[in-house]
Design a binder for this molecule. Structure first.
Ligand SMILES: [Zn+2]
Length: 400
């Protein structure tokens, strides 16, 4: 590590109280995206973030779709020019914390207990945002001059689809970055693989009859149940991917029938399919159609059709040869002494908006997926500190 880099790391070590306080401050804002007054709540947290950056002489800007879109907030730490630009950040919204028995008394009153920071959003993902803010503060306070820009993004509405959130930030051209680090909770693993997804709707048709004479009809619900059994047994013919794992299917909703005393003439259900590398939306639906065709040949009473309810994202792997992966690995090892683990994630989430534009993005942040959206959400303080160090050192090397 160069002398200037060591100064940066030392600065973070000397300011861990400030980092924790920033995370606690962010957690205190009840930025529940499903609340009717969510926009006012976002305004308050964005004003707080703006005030933190204003002390560094940086003016951020609110980015919103139309006049009434939920507000995102973007701050650019301008480089001297000619370098690569690194974006970092994530979403400010959270799910509600209505459970009465929080170890902290309330989900919005963050506390550190035994090395863990508790509170709604500690892991998803105000802890990660605090680490990004502290990383930029460290660069500023230690007088680091970078050629490229460091761009901080606080997006909204991730928990409710993100139409006004990160998708708009990227779509509107409000950020100009070569790489993006999304500080979502990954236990400080660098996610370089993201499963794709799609939703399929399967419709099974039967033949209605009176409920007292089921033999005179074809029961669509019973037929659908047979179809689901076969789907769960057969799955897809794809081998488990060595990095991404298995492709998965979840039957999420089902509806059918009109009355208790009528043999149902139709039943439909939806499938959430998570795709691994090699699978495409076309291959998924073709495979399903082939399976159904075979079933219909064997059972003349079966009538099944399948269509996309929505096509989601494609599976993506960011190769290890990408500069951002290499730099994060180097930095991670130098900071902790241990190899930075790369892994594959359930989906790219907000990151997908960067990935589809060819901008390599890595999800890497404090906290764990298994501890979020529930009571006593937490992240380890050690991971918060590690994240701040990793982001600032990576910025120094990527933006030169
Ligand atoms: Zn999240």
């Amino acid at each position: 590590m160069k002398a200037q880099e060591q100064i940066l790391i030392n600065w973070i070590d000397e300011h861990t109280d400030d980092l924790i306080q920033t995370a606690k401050d962010l957690i205190s804002f009840k930025t529940i995206s499903s609340a009717p007054d969510a926009n006012e709540r976002y305004d308050k947290i964005n004003e707080y973030i703006a005030s933190v950056f204003r002390k560094m002489g940086l003016e951020g800007k609110v980015v919103r779709r139309g006049e009434n879109g939920s507000p995102n907030f973007v701050v650019v730490m301008k480089g001297t020019g000619g370098g690569k630009n690194l974006g970092m950040g994530g979403h400010t919204d959270v799910v509600p914390a209505d459970e009465p028995d929080w170890i902290t008394g309330s989900g919005y009153e963050a506390k550190v207990i035994d090395g863990k920071l508790y509170g709604r959003g500690a892991a998803d993902m105000k802890g990660g945002l605090a680490a990004c803010i502290t990383a930029i503060k460290a660069l500023y306070e230690t007088g680091v001059k970078l050629a490229g820009d460091v761009v901080f993004v606080a997006s909204c509405d991730e928990e409710v689809g993100g139409f006004n959130g990160m998708v708009y930030v990227v779509e509107s051209g409000s950020v100009n970055v070569d790489y993006f680090i999304n500080a979502e909770q990954t236990n400080m693993k660098a996610m370089t693989g993201y499963k794709g997804n799609c939703w399929l709707k399967v419709t099974v048709k039967g033949s209605p009859a009176h409920g007292s004479t089921p033999h005179l009809g074809i029961n669509a619900i019973e037929k659908a149940s047979e179809v689901i059994d076969i789907i769960k047994k057969t799955g897809f013919t794809w081998e488990e991917h060595p990095f991404m794992g298995k492709s998965t299917i979840n039957i999420g909703t089902i509806s059918g029938g009109t009355a208790k005393n009528v043999v149902p003439g139709e039943c439909s259900f939806t499938m959430d399919v998570r795709m691994i590398e090699g699978q495409t939306h076309e291959s998924i639906i073709e495979e399903m159609r082939a399976l159904f065709k075979k079933m219909m040949r064997e059972d003349k009473d079966l009538n099944i059709s399948v269509d996309f309810e929505s096509e989601g994202t494609k599976p993506i792997i960011i190769p290890d040869s990408e500069e951002i992966v290499q730099v994060l690995k180097e930095c991670g090892k130098e900071i902790t002494g241990k190899e930075l683990v790369t892994d594959s994630f359930i989906s790219a989430g907000d990151m997908n908006h960067y990935l589809v534009r060819g901008i390599p993005g890595i999800m890497c942040g404090p906290g764990s997926l298994s501890d979020i959206h529930k009571i006593n959400e937490f992240c380890y303080v050690s991971e918060l500190i590690e994240a701040a160090k990793l982001y600032s050192l990576a910025a120094m090397r990527l933006c030169k």
